[in-house]
Design a protein around this ligand. Structure first.
Ligand code: ATP
Ligand code: MN
Ligand code: MN
Length: 299
């Protein structure tokens, strides 16, 4: 593996979170949620969010004018960041680009200061970028699919993964669906991760073609759930657990215990306001133990 140099403009001692400018700017105008409230949310969940994104290449959704104006998905480092680190990554076209890396709370808060609402890491760490340490199966239901059928799909997919010897973890996406996350330790080469994810999605579709599709076509999806396995390629991203979404209501992607899934009403049941109460009630992380799991894909 290539040894990568992370580039930082500051030393650890000087890393203070930046001053929040325009704290009253309404990022979610219909909900009356301003930049200060978003920053307070991220400060509250920081210890839960950081392990999800730290030392992974990171893309962000930035909305300088709030979610009612133009937002953009930022993959590459741009000038201006003092606390966010940069890591050079070779892209498929042969070029090399600097990617964003958040290493600590100060860098996350700098991203928020730059109006980042969503955090989307790669399924890999920067010290081992050619291998995947988290598979993501993204369940994308067509609007006509009832929520209980999305829940049933998640449970069915969990069962298939168990048959392959793999434990999985579930979260709401903060949008329409659910994500199943499969930790891989040791990590697997991207080619294998991608091929495995596609095979699982295809087998699931074959078992119940009235319910599932495994290709991105919107036409085929009518009334069905797309098992989006395309999150599992080198350079693909998925929203991080605890990330807010740039959508009305300020929903968040929320990790769940499998036993809780039946009590959750939708993919956007949690938002930055009710998430904090939930996290206070929890005795441990809903995915507790995920970092200790040893499981991988056989060749
Ligand atoms: P939902 O439950 O509503 O589907 P989701 O987060 O799963 O929520 P998707 O549209 O299924 O949303 O997934 C899109 C994924 O594609 C995101 O998770 C993101 O990481 C990735 N992505 C890659 N490029 C972009 C982009 N330009 N804009 C938005 N997302 C992008
Ligand atoms: Mn999705
Ligand atoms: Mn998707």
């Amino acid at each position: 593996a290539t040894k990568r140099t992370v580039r930082r403009k500051t030393t650890p001692k000087t890393r203070q979170p930046p001053t929040l400018t325009s704290p009253d700017k309404l990022l979610f105008p219909d909900d009356g949620i301003d930049k200060r409230e978003l920053a307070d949310y991220y400060a509250t969940v920081m210890d839960w969010l950081l392990p999800e994104i730290a030392n992974r290449p990171l893309s962000v959704v930035r909305c300088p004018g709030g979610i009612g104006a133009q937002c953009f998905f930022q993959k590459h480092a741009t000038p201006g960041f003092e606390l966010v680190s940069r890591v050079p990554i070779e892209e498929s076209d042969g070029g090399t680009e600097d990617y964003l890396v958040a290493e600590d709370a100060a860098s996350v808060m700098e991203l928020v200061q730059f109006n980042s609402i969503e955090f989307h890491p790669w399924g890999t760490h920067i010290d081992d970028i050619e291998r995947c340490d988290r598979l993501v199966f993204d369940l994308d239901p067509d609007a006509a699919v009832a929520w209980k059928d999305v829940v049933a799909a998640a449970r069915q997919l969990r069962g298939y993964l168990q048959q392959a010897g793999l434990e999985s973890f579930v979260r709401t996406s903060g949008g329409k669906g659910l994500h199943l996350v499969v930790p891989l330790a040791p990590a697997a080469p991207w080619e294998r991760a991608r091929a495995f994810a596609e095979a699982v999605a295809e087998a699931t579709r074959e078992a119940d073609p009235l319910r599932y599709v495994a290709t991105a076509s919107k036409k085929l999806r009518r009334g069905r759930i797309f098992i989006d396995w395309l999150r599992n390629g080198r350079g693909a991203t998925s929203v991080a657990s605890f990330s807010a979404r740039a959508r009305p209501g300020a929903p968040v992607a929320m990790p769940l215990r499998w036993e809780e899934l039946g009590k959750v009403a939708s993919g956007h049941a949690f938002d930055i306001r009710n998430a904090q109460a939930r996290l206070k009630r929890l005795k441990s992380h809903p995915w507790a133990g995920i970092e200790r799991i040893r499981q991988t894909l056989s060749a």
